[in-house]
Design a protein. Structure first.
Length: 748
């Protein structure tokens, strides 16, 4: 958003990359005429909402209706649409020949024009015009292309003989409807003829201006007239007479909602000088207001508001500018990327200036919608930190709001709640009682239980959870803080998890607790799963199993690979695709680990059991095939790099120490050299991953691409042992064949 606190204009635009409605508490739909909705504030797109931005099709529906009316409903809108916009020039020519009996068979896919309830003269006039109009499309309607298109359409020439035929038809036609259409085609023809001139010095020497001026008063000031006027404006723009061009575009903009987007798109004041010239061309205050209004959309809303208010305080064109001023003040934009005192000072000055401007107008109480200005002044003062002043404006607005307007009532409620949050410094029992209604209402809106069309409430929801969570944390109530904004660090302490479980299962919860828990995203099953998970990585499988059993469906999804298998090299996709005799869920996985540990404790088949347990512990690290085991709403669901794992759990889920422990136990109980070699290599994988972790988590590498550090061979004591003690085994040969790291190491 641009701002001008001086007398001159700021001739620039600024767009960002945000969906602004997500950051907004202020709904322009509550206050502004819908015809201005494409120009609601949006930092990242040209127009707000779903609008037709294709110049080639913008007026199609209106044109069909005009012809349908002119032909007195004798031709259906469907047939008109085909003939006007879908038929090719060759297709239309065949239709015309068919209507004259020169073609025996009607062209496929085109209407049977002989069935129209038109006289032969009416049909001939209609089709003759369509043929000429279609010829004009060859140069006037260009296919939209993009920079990546390999082939750009070559510019089409403007044939001289076509202009002569258009002029002849224009001069001979008596019917005013048809005559105006030939007039429009001629105006457009002369415009493109000028563009096709050999050089800029020849442009403007054509007939466009003289023809338009001589004939402009012959026709009603309808859509066709203002479309033609836009070509005249385009002529002046090409001549760099921006003052006249912008004035003419403003006339077209003001005519109808359909003309607003193309007129505003073409409206480009260059500097203060040509802007003053445009204002002098205005014939009355309303035309001046439109000019200021269009300028305010692009560049200088504060100055435009001031000027329009002076001309007519009740002008509806003020409404859009006020909504843009407010929504632009909410826009996070560069505030998230700029951290300088000068920027903060400029922002403060701008916010204070806007609050003062809107407040001054609101106090005068002479606009068409006084409640709009009081709400706007209240909100701008809230954003500026002037809370007491904001309250006075809201109190005034509350007495002015139209009755039984659900959207306006909800808008007031959102702003009033935002002011409450902004002033909140401490939360006690009484405050909680006061907050039950608002936070339940916002939760209803979020969950779709209360639907208010066009109400922007996402910012209020986000601000609520952020503010309340921060205040509870400041007061030392981590439990309630976490309920509003679940924080990863909270779950590192089992005492905290138990407190959450107690709250979730508490009978007779207070009204506030019930409302608060609507913002907590997890269920009891999630907490049981998390507790079981943490115990697994502490080797407390016996304690983990009963908790996992209480995790319900959370513990019953299938792991993608077999967590008890391991290979020389890690290929998760290979493990996922491999045939699996048994699919493991987190619960069956833990119960199997429990049985294996029991057999180890009993001294049964220690080598095999220790090896399987080591595989299991390896696979539930980041480097194994069972990442899904630890990925959840608490610990993170989509980490593709170790550094993506929340820092509180990063070491837990990347450490291979448990796996290494059991590989060494298996080696100590191995009966063959090959078995020992296998265990040694698997221990080296754990050691290698620790080397990776040291690189990933090194502060010196925080801003580097980690793979730049992996050119080294991540070798350690187990590579040395494997080469020294087991080089004569068959498994050693398999490692040499499959592991490039070890092959390089052994070849040194």
């Amino acid at each position: 958003m641009t701002t001008a606190l001086t007398g001159g204009l700021v001739w620039a635009c600024a767009d960002g990359d945000y969906d602004d409605s997500q950051y907004s508490n202020f709904s322009p739909e509550a206050f502004v005429d819908p015809q201005y909705s494409p120009f609601f504030y949006a930092s990242s797109v040209s127009y707000y909402g779903n609008v037709n931005d294709d110049s080639n099709t913008r007026y199609n529906e209106l044109v069909v209706k005009e012809w349908e009316t002119h032909l007195k409903g004798k031709v259906s809108s469907k047939d008109l649409e085909v003939l006007l916009f879908k038929a090719s020039d060759k297709g239309l020519d065949s239709v015309y020949k068919y209507s004259k009996g020169k073609l025996a068979v009607r062209p496929a896919g085109l209407p049977d024009v002989k069935s129209f309830q038109l006289s032969s003269k009416e049909l001939d006039t209609f089709l003759s015009y369509l043929l000429l109009a279609k010829s004009c499309e060859s140069f006037a309607v260009q296919k939209r292309t993009y920079y990546w298109d390999e082939k750009k359409p070559a510019p089409t020439g403007v044939p001289t003989e076509l202009g002569e035929r258009l002029l002849q038809e224009y001069q001979s036609t008596k019917d005013i409807f048809m005559k105006q259409r030939f007039w429009f085609q001629l105006v457009r023809y002369y415009y493109f003829q000028e563009l096709a001139a050999a050089g800029p010095e020849q442009q403007g020497n054509g007939r466009l201006v003289s023809f338009f001026e001589q004939s402009r008063n012959l026709f009603p000031k309808n859509l066709m007239y203002y479309r033609a006027l836009s070509y005249l404006a385009g002529h002046y723009y090409q001549q760099k007479d921006y003052a006249t061009a912008n004035y003419l575009y403003s006339l077209s903009y003001d005519f109808s909602a359909d003309m607003k987007i193309p007129s505003k798109w073409s409206f480009h004041p260059q500097n203060e000088s040509d802007w003053e010239k445009s204002l002098k061309l205005a014939k009355n205050n309303e035309e001046k207001i439109t000019l200021w209004h269009m300028l305010g959309i692009s560049n200088d809303p504060e100055r435009a508001i001031d000027k329009i208010y002076a001309l007519n305080p009740k002008s509806e064109k003020l409404d859009l500018l006020l909504s843009r001023l407010i929504n632009g003040s909410e826009d996070p934009g560069d505030r998230y990327f700029t951290d300088t005192s000068s920027f903060a000072a400029t922002e403060r000055k701008r916010m204070d200036h806007n609050a003062e401007l809107v407040g001054r107008i609101a106090r005068n109480n002479n606009t068409a919608k006084p409640y709009f200005w009081n709400l706007g002044a209240g909100y701008l003062n809230t954003l500026s930190g002037h809370y007491a002043l904001a309250r006075t404006f809201y109190n005034k607005a509350k007495t002015q709001l139209p009755k039984n307007d659900k959207l306006l009532s909800a808008q007031y409620k959102i702003l009033d709640w935002t002011l409450f949050l902004s002033q909140l410094k401490k939360i006690d029992a009484q405050t909680e009682k006061e907050m039950v209604g608002p936070i339940n209402w916002l939760a209803d809106l979020r969950d779709g239980k209360d639907t208010i069309s066009n109400l922007r409430f996402n910012r209020a929801v986000a601000k609520s959870v952020e503010t309340l969570s921060a205040l509870y944390k400041k007061q030392g109530n981590l439990l309630k803080s976490n309920c509003f904004s679940s924080n990863t660090a909270f779950y590192t302490t089992n005492q905290n998890v138990e407190a959450l479980k107690a709250l979730l299962s508490k009978p007779g919860k207070t009204a506030f607790e019930l409302a608060m828990l609507r913002y907590y995203p997890l269920k009891m099953e999630d907490l049981y799963y998390h507790q079981a998970l943490m115990l697994v990585y502490k080797e407390k499988i016996d304690e983990a199993v009963p908790l996992m059993e209480k995790a319900g469906q959370k513990a019953t999804f299938n792991l993608l690979g077999n967590p008890f298998t391991i290979h020389i090299y890690d290929c998760h996709d290979c493990d996922f695709a491999a045939p699996q005799k048994k699919k493991y869920t987190p619960l069956t996985f833990l119960k199997t680990m429990q049985s294996i540990k029991a057999e180890i404790a009993a001294g049964k088949n220690v080598f095999n059991n220790a090896y399987l347990l080591a595989n299991a512990y390896y696979n539930i690290t980041h480097y194994g095939n069972a990442r899904l085991f630890y990925q959840n709403e608490i610990t993170g669901t989509d980490a593709t790099q170790p550094t993506d794992i929340p820092k509180e759990f990063r070491l837990t889920f990347t450490s291979g120490k448990l796996a290494e422990k059991y590989y060494l136990l298996a080696r100590a109980n191995a009966s063959t050299k090959d078995q020992k070699a296998r265990c040694t290599y698997m221990a080296s994988k754990c050691e290698r991953n620790e080397i990776y972790n040291s690189i990933y988590f090194s502060k010196a590498n925080e801003k580097k691409y980690y793979w730049e550090e992996f050119s080294m061979i991540p070798s350690g004591k187990y590579f040395a042992e494997l080469k020294r003690d087991y080089s004569q085994t068959q498994y050693y040969k398999e490692v040499l064949n499959e592991c490039g790291y070890f092959r390089k190491y052994a070849g040194k």
